[in-house]
Design a protein around this ligand. Sequence first.
Ligand code: XMP
Length: 180
Amino acid sequence: MIPHPIHETLFDEDTIHKRILELVGEMKDDLRDRDLIMIGILRGSFMFLADLCRELYREQIHPSIDFITLESYYGGTESSGEVRIAKDASVNVEGAHLLLIDDILDTGRTLDTAEKYFFNKGAEQIKTCVLLDKPERRVVPFEADYVGFTIENRFVIGYGLDYDSRFRELPYIAVVQEEN
Ligand code: XMP
């Protein structure tokens, strides 16, 4: 049995769901009537993307969906500072309108790298959406078009976010308590 780190809930399932409905309200008119490709940045975005695309469906928005695996975290809570493509998306993005989805905007390196990468591959327009934003931690100046919640500089887990590859399955977002 793997012990969970001591953590306290920051956003429960209901709060996340309500905010996703609001986000869809914010983005639906920007995305409608477009041949839209939603690209989730793995691994953290899988749960958020799954919930978001089902609410977009209820607004008659039917994107293609693909994923790219970018890596910048190599265990624990420390970033290496370098982002690399571990697994590319397979969809052709030339001339396409993209909606890039990530779990959290932290230093900004991941989304900045992803946006530049897809523009280089010929995407015509890119919108970005993150569930969480930690503006205090920004190293690369990057703002997402749609942000679920702005949070302080605390390490969070759950709802796709991991601690050493675990706890992604938690249906809520929690703050990890630092051990003394
Ligand atoms: P950058 O720094 O590139 O970070 O904007 C984006 C990626 O960093 C990871 N990240 C976290 N993962 N709890 C996590 O589990 C956190 O508090 C956290 N902050 C950043 C995450 O993989 C994200 O995609």
